[in-house]
Each structure stands twice: as C-alpha cells, then as structure tokens.
Ligand binder design. Structure first.
Ligand code: NAD
Length: 244
C-alpha cells in the first residue's frame, strides 16, 4: 500500500501527540505541528517530522505542507468565564484557532487529496460540539462550528474518496483539562478535586478521565481500511454523557 502522509496540529501534547504516535505506528509519515517547539522534541525520536508554527496565524498556514493525505485538526485551547465577562479578543482568537484555521488547512490540502482520490479529514471536536456547558462560550461555539465544517467537507469530498469526521471526547487526561480545574474551582467555589468529581465527571457514566491513546485509536480507525463509508459522522467517546 502507498505510504500516507498526515499532518497533525497541536501535536506537542495530549491528544495530538497521541494521534501522531498512533498514526506513525501504522506506518503513516506524520508531520507534527505546534507552537511548542520543546513539546514537539520528543516526537522527533519516533521518526516524526516536526514543524513549529502558530496555527492561529492564518496567513502563516500557507507555509505548511499541502501534500497531505490525512489531516488531523486538533490544536485547541480552553477559557472559562461567564459570557458577560468573556474577553472579546479571546473569543476571536479561539474561533480563529479552532475553526478558521481548520477551514484553511482543509481548504489547502483538499486539492492534493482530490488528486489522489483518497483523503481523510479528522476534526477533534468534543462533546462540546454537540452539547453546551456554562462558561465555555468560545469553545462551545468553535466546536459547534467545526461540526458544520466537517459535514460540508464530507458531502463535497465523497465523490473524491475523501471522508471527513469529528471525534467527540468527553474529558481527556491532558493539560487542557488539568489547567481548567483551578479556574472552574474559583467559579464554582469548590476545590479542584470537587470540580473533577462534581462538575467534569458529573454528567459522565464512566467515572474517569479518558486517556489520549483512546482518542488516538478512534482516529486510527477513521484512517484505516474499513473507513470509506464512515463520513459526515461524529464519533462520540464520552463515557455515556450524551446518553442522558
Ligand atoms: N482534553 C479534553 O478533555 C478534550 C475533550 C474534548 C476535546 N478536546 C480537544 O482535543 C484537542 C486537543 O486538546 P488536548 O486536551 O490534547 O490539549 P493540550 O493542551 O494537551 O494540547 C493542545 C495542543 O495545542 C497546541 N496549541 C494551542 N494553541 C496553538 C497555536 N496557536 N498554535 C500551535 N499550537 C497550538 C498546544 O501547544 C498543545 O500542544 C483540542 O481541540 C480540544 O478541544 C479535548
């Protein structure tokens, strides 16, 4: 089989790093992109190519490789604040990084995928692409937008052998989650341990954080041999959250 080339954004940490390693283990040539050069270093020891870039710098995205067969849009940040106090410039930044940047990357890699008659767009969304939580206005708006973007790409890409899907985890054990425990503790007037039990894991039936490798396994499935008809979907990995 031909070697595939993947671009994984936000690959220096958490879910992105797990996806880069998992795809590389399947023999995919992975290009790992992040603005955290230090965090990317570990991946180079696994034979993964790394590129340092700010993914919120939309004009800079044209410098990234476009001969990509598998695009994993993963980079993201969280900010927790009530709507009336949410900094507008931060709202714009989060939409740029988590919605507009994926659009630009899809737009500039699709011609290569169409040319090859095969491509996989995997968008790391969230339960927050399907459900809202208070205090996460920019994140929830960006993820809901990503769901729409993914579905349109699925419809347009189908006749070119290109699939597009979202993966929708609940809380995963990564710095993005551990960093918000302190903020949520302040807002809710709880300790960080109480935030984990009473806020984050409250709607979840499986009472533990998901591991990044579990998310990467779904991403590998979406890029594997049985994935051709799996498109326009949102693969929910949420410990039963949305079963309510
Ligand atoms: N952790 C969770 O519970 C969870 C749940 C659902 C969805 N997600 C989604 O998974 C994705 C990855 O999150 P994670 O939990 O692994 O977080 P993380 O903080 O561990 O990793 C995010 C990575 O994105 C990079 N990044 C952020 N802004 C960037 C920018 N402007 N330019 C380049 N790189 C940038 C960071 O440096 C970091 O390496 C995000 O889109 C997040 O919304 C996470």
């Amino acid at each position: 089989m031909e070697t595939r080339r993947a671009l994984v954004t936000g690959a220096a940490s958490g879910i992105g790093a797990a996806c880069a390693r998992r795809l590389a283990a399947d023999g995919v040539q992975v290009v790992a992109v992040d603005y955290d050069a230090e965090g990317l270093r570990e991946l180079t020891t696994k034979g993964i190519q790394t590129l340092t870039a700010d993914l919120a710098d939309l004009d800079g995205l044209t410098q990234l490789p476009t001969d990509i067969d598998i695009l994993v849009n993963n980079a993201g940040v969280q900010q927790v604040a009530p709507v009336e106090q949410f900094p507008p410039e931060r709202f714009g930044y989060i939409l740029r990084l988590m919605l507009e940047s994926p659009f630009r990357l899809i737009r500039q890699t699709l011609p290569h995928m169409y040319g090859r008659g095969w491509g996989r767009v995997v968008n790391i969304s969230s339960v927050h692409g399907l459900r809202a939580s208070p205090f996460k206005v920019a994140y929830v708006a960006a993820k809901h937008g990503l769901e729409g973007l993914s579905k349109v790409v699925a419809l347009e890409g189908a006749s070119h052998g290109v699939t597009s899907n979202c993966v929708n985890p609940a809380y995963v054990r990564t710095p993005l989650v551990t960093a918000q425990l302190a903020d949520q503790a302040l807002i809710h007037g709880l300790t960080e341990a109480e935030v984990l039990d009473q806020v984050l894991l409250e709607p979840v039936a499986v009472k533990r954080l998901i591991e990044p490798a579990e998310v990467a396994e779904l991403v590998a499935l979406l890029c594997g041999p049985a994935s051709a008809s799996l498109t326009g979907s949102s693969l929910v990995l949420d410990g039963g959250w949305t079963a309510h």
